[in-house]
Structure formats: structure tokens, C-alpha cells
Design a protein around this ligand. Structure first.
Ligand SMILES: *Cc1c(COP(=O)(O)O)cnc(C)c1O
Length: 428
């Protein structure tokens, strides 16, 4: 009789009723059951460990099941689990807003809660459009970068670059005009395209991932170019919506990527590391100028958007505990240390003939592997398999390899990840 492992059964049962995100099930391999997560490690149900090289989609940056966070949430659970946030308020939400205002880019004053990164940007877009609507301005077009990614709801999809994610829905998009990202050498061209759009379209807001486009394969762009775009937008009363869902909370070496820019956003979209990977939550903050355009005796000028789990006390508590960790000397030192190690690794990669476009900022490091013809096809899947076999969880995008390690990763784990990445260069 064949010995059936528990994991085999789970894989089978998974296939029966589950539909996974971003997956074409007909051509995808089976899902790997994960039984446990601890610190920087994911552990499957055979006990095999994988270093979580992307902090589980940039969420669990303080490590999985961090007791400093879980204990606080467990305590909050005994006190207040959930309450309607329309008509009621509670301490975790109030405290979180006070803590966030202290570290957010200058001028951010009001916090609007939601459920995830897509709703955070969706609300950013709605704030920008309704801001002009409330002021009686005839502006109904959003401006966005080519190849940006802002989420999977309709507004968020509309302002994202066209791909398999949103192609089927393009007839239903909100109005959007796009500009290329500034790369330094093309800044003049980008600015002239921007000025054309401003002349020809009624642009209400500009949504952008500051400095790094995550889903576009960790593409970096030019800070001076972005500053100039933001400045021109501001001069033309275009609302600046910074999507910091990926870049927020320390990953770039500063609290927010916008901290590297002199031009500050009107609206900031947050999620992912906000709650340290423990509970889902999103947040959209804005300046007093935005809020004031909604503040009126006229009820219809309000922002009539609300999710059932708005400002869930447990998620707020997780976010508060996470913020305290982020501001601690220990975590700040860790971020600095990883930044230094990443730079050293980047210098080493520079010597390698198959490595292109090495870029690093904070804990983020990315590069392209230069394989002229991918003879066997499916390079991405083969890279993924190579890393997983060696106990490192990374999700290459095409021929881009990138890491966003948790801040609590040990030096040994980080070095192991580097050496596995180096190993793939001689293999492919
Ligand atoms: C992940 C991501 C989103 C969407 O967040 P979800 O929580 O997956 O809906 C939006 N913007 C950026 C920049 C992201 O990285």
C-alpha cells in the first residue's frame, strides 16, 4: 500500500473547491501546503523550511507570528473585537491615527480606513475625483504611469498598466491618461507628454508608485524627474495620490518612499506592511485641503464610501504594534544593516556577466538575469523551482529576480539567500 502523506491529501482537497489568486489552474502546478511560519521562515507540512525572501508579498516585515504583535492582538481580542465605525469610535483607531500622522509625509492629517491595497487606491482615486466634483471643477480624468500597478478593483485596475490582470475589463475602465516613467535620460520627453495631457484632458488626479513600481518587476525611476512631474501637477491643481502600498513602512530605508522626494503627496495609500502581515487592512490618508473639500453642511459632499470591517480594532492594534516596532532602534538598525549587505551583494553581482540593471534601495534589491533566448521556456517557473528546492521563497517576475526580506532576517539567512541567487546565475 502506498504511504499517503498528509500534504498529498491537502493538495487534493485544495483542488476540489479552491480557486487561487493570479493563477491559471490548468497550467499551474499544485499548491504547496504551508503548515507554519516563524520569523523569516515559512515551513511546509513536511517540515521543510523556506526563507521568506519577499516578506509574504511585502507584509510580514517584522517576521511571521511576531509575539510582540500577536500578544497585543490577543489581548485586544478579549476587549473589543469589532464594532461599526460609523457612529462609534475606539481607542485602537484613534491611537493609530495619532501614531501615523507623526511618521507620514508632511501635511497628511486625516485617515480613512479600508480593507486592502486595492481599496486604499480606489478611495484615493475617489477622493481626487470627488474633490474636484465638490469644488464644481469639470475634471474627470486620472493620470497614471505606464506599467503601474494599483490593485484589482475597477478604479485601481483602470489606472494600472494593461496586462492579463485587467485586459478583459478595459471597456469598463474609468477615464485615464498615461505617461512613461521618468528614467533620467527621457525626463524632458515625459514632461512634454505630461504637458500635452494637461492641455488636452480634464485631469483630476495623478496616481503613482513613488520611485519603485513593484508589480512592474521592481522598476526604479528617477527622483528628480518624478519631483518635476509632481510639481507641474500641483501647479495645475492635479491631486497627487501616492500609492505607498508596497513602498511604505521602511522598505526603501525611509518610512515612506515619498520621504525621498521634495514634492509631497495630497493623498497616501497604505496597506501590506501596515498590519505586519497579521490581518488585512488598508488606509488612505489625506491633507486638510482634501478633507475640507468634503466638509460641508451639504450631505452629498461627504465621502460615502464604507467597508463593513472599517477600522477593525484587531487590525488597528496589529498596525499600532507594528508602528512601534518600525520606530524602534532595533528594527531601524536591522534595516540599515540589510541595506549595507544588499549594496555589498549588488557590487558582487556587478561582476557577473549575466546580471543586468542591478538596483537597490533599503531592503529592496532587484536585477534582470540576461538569458538571450529562454530555450526551454518558462524561465520564471524554473527559477522559482530552483529557489524553492534550495529553501528560498522568491517570486521572480519574467527574468527579474528581486528580494524584499523581512527586517528581522538573520545575517546567516540573508547570506544563504544571496548564495542561492548567485547559484542560479551559473545554472541558467
Ligand atoms: C499590492 C499592491 C496593491 C494592491 O493591494 P492588495 O492588498 O493586493 O489589493 C496596490 N498598489 C500597490 C503598489 C501594490 O503593491
Amino acid at each position: 500500500m502506498r504511504f499517503i502523506k498528509v500534504s498529498d491529501k491537502l493538495r487534493e482537497r485544495d483542488k476540489k473547491h479552491l480557486w487561487h489568486p493570479l493563477t491559471q489552474h490548468k497550467v499551474s502546478p499544485e499548491m504547496l501546503p504551508i503548515a507554519k511560519a516563524e520569523g523569516a521562515l515559512l515551513i511546509d507540512d513536511n517540515g521543510k523550511e523556506y526563507i521568506d525572501g519577499i516578506s509574504s508579498w511585502y507584509t510580514a516585515v517584522y517576521g511571521h507570528c511576531n509575539q510582540k504583535i500577536t500578544s497585543r492582538v490577543a489581548e485586544q481580542m478579549q476587549q473589543l473585537d469589532q464594532v461599526v465605525f460609523s457612529g462609534f469610535t475606539h481607542e485602537p483607531a484613534v491611537k493609530l491615527s495619532e501614531a501615523l500622522v507623526k511618521i507620514l509625509p508632511e501635511g497628511q492629517e486625516k485617515m480613512f480606513f479600508n480593507d486592502n491595497g486595492s481599496t486604499a487606491t480606489e478611495i484615493g482615486i475617489k477622493m481626487a475625483l470627488q474633490y474636484h466634483h465638490n469644488l464644481g471643477n469639470d475634471r474627470n480624468v486620472m493620470l497614471a504611469f505606464e506599467e503601474g500597478f494599483h490593485g484589482d478593483t475597477f478604479g485601481a485596475m483602470s489606472v494600472s498598466g494593461l496586462s492579463v490582470y485587467n485586459g478583459a475589463f478595459k471597456d469598463h475602465f474609468i477615464r485615464v491618461e498615461r505617461i512613461p516613467v521618468p528614467k533620467g535620460d527621457n525626463n524632458k520627453e515625459v514632461i512634454s507628454i505630461l504637458k500635452e495631457h494637461i492641455k488636452n484632458h480634464k485631469i483630476a488626479g495623478f496616481i503613482y508608485e513613488p520611485l519603485i513600481q513593484g508589480a512592474a518587476a521592481m522598476k526604479f525611476h528617477d527622483a528628480d524627474g518624478l519631483n518635476e512631474i509632481l510639481k507641474i501637477c500641483r501647479e495645475n491643481e492635479i491631486i497627487l495620490v501616492a500609492d505607498e502600498v508596497m513602498t511604505g513602512f521602511g522598505k526603501t530605508g525611509k518610512y515612506f518612499a515619498s520621504d525621498y522626494l521634495s514634492e509631497k503627496p495630497d493623498i497616501v495609500c497604505m496597506s501590506k506592511a501596515l498590519t505586519a502581515g497579521l490581518l488585512p487592512m488598508g488606509l488612505t490618508s489625506c491633507s486638510k485641503k482634501i478633507y475640507d473639500a468634503f466638509y460641508s453642511e451639504d450631505i452629498s459632499k461627504g465621502l460615502f464610501h464604507g467597508h463593513t470591517y472599517t477600522a477593525n480594532p484587531l487590525a488597528c492594534t496589529a498596525a499600532l504594534a507594528a508602528l512601534e516596532l518600525l520606530q524602534s532602534d532595533e528594527i531601524q538598525q536591522n534595516i540599515n544593516q540589510i541595506t549595507i549587505f544588499n549594496k555589498e551583494f549588488a557590487a558582487k553581482l556587478l561582476q557577473h556577466s549575466k546580471v543586468k540593471n542591478i538596483r537597490t534601495l533599503g531592503v529592496i534589491l532587484a536585477f534582470e538575469i540576461d538569458v538571450k533566448t529562454d530555450r526551454y521556456g518558462g524561465l520564471r517557473d524554473r527559477l522559482y523551482g530552483f529557489f524553492m528546492e534550495r529553501g528560498v521563497y522568491l517570486r521572480p517576475l519574467g527574468n527579474t529576480i528581486y528580494i524584499v526580506p523581512p527586517y528581522i532576517i538573520s545575517e546567516e539567512q540573508l547570506q544563504k539567500m544571496y548564495s542561492v541567487i548567485e547559484g542560479c546565475l551559473s545554472e541558467f
